[in-house]
Design a protein. Sequence first.
Length: 256
Amino acid sequence: MDAIVAEPRPAAVTEPRPKLGLRAMVIEDEPDLAEVIADYLQRSGFDVEISGDGAAAVTAAHRLPPDVVVLDLGLPSLDGVEVCRQLRTFSDAYVVMVTARADEVDTLVGLSVGADDYLTKPFSPRELIARIEAMLRRPRAGTVNASGMPLPGERRIDELVIDPQGREVSLAGTPIALTRTEFDLLDVLSRRPGMVFSRDQLLSELWGPGWVGDAHVVDVHIASLRRKLGDTAAERRYIRTIRGIGYRMGDGRSQR
């Protein structure tokens, strides 16, 4: 099997961990690969369901909503992009897209429909588990932020309203549907609107300091967030690019 990097099973998952009370769905049409991924997830404490068909997976996710989805791009009946698009109409599960095609187009398309992260085959199951665990460690609204301080209340930036407690965003009174990662990114930027964040800082805030992967995943999520907010890289009304450094929150006024 060349989709998984050959490696000894890490000691951390040699013995099954206590149940997390979280559901993971593996949507993969290669049975052997699906079983390997499911085994690592189960040993990490997840309840796991496997589906080898895109349409069947969407139906199953309606029946028993997952918390995490490992989604192959190339699937029968519905491909991974369409599965992700449909999942996002009713689920805020974390989605890790897995693709055998390394070209950037697949990556950008996958993330633009709501995937939170991606891996290219062959990959290490240990890295997959690390990515998932990093996503689950993100501070959730209604508790505390990464510094241990309570999250502030509603934030208003011109016509943009961000509610960290309810995890809701509206623009000129119209609700904006964001993925978990898009909301978390907007939350971090708007929490400290005068601060410029580098890609590495945003990765550390959202994915954890031990995250390993392509830092340009931040740019893809920024582009998707801008599109949903009706913003552009040229206008930079709500998200400004600071050349050579990173990103900061805008004040709602066009920078053309």
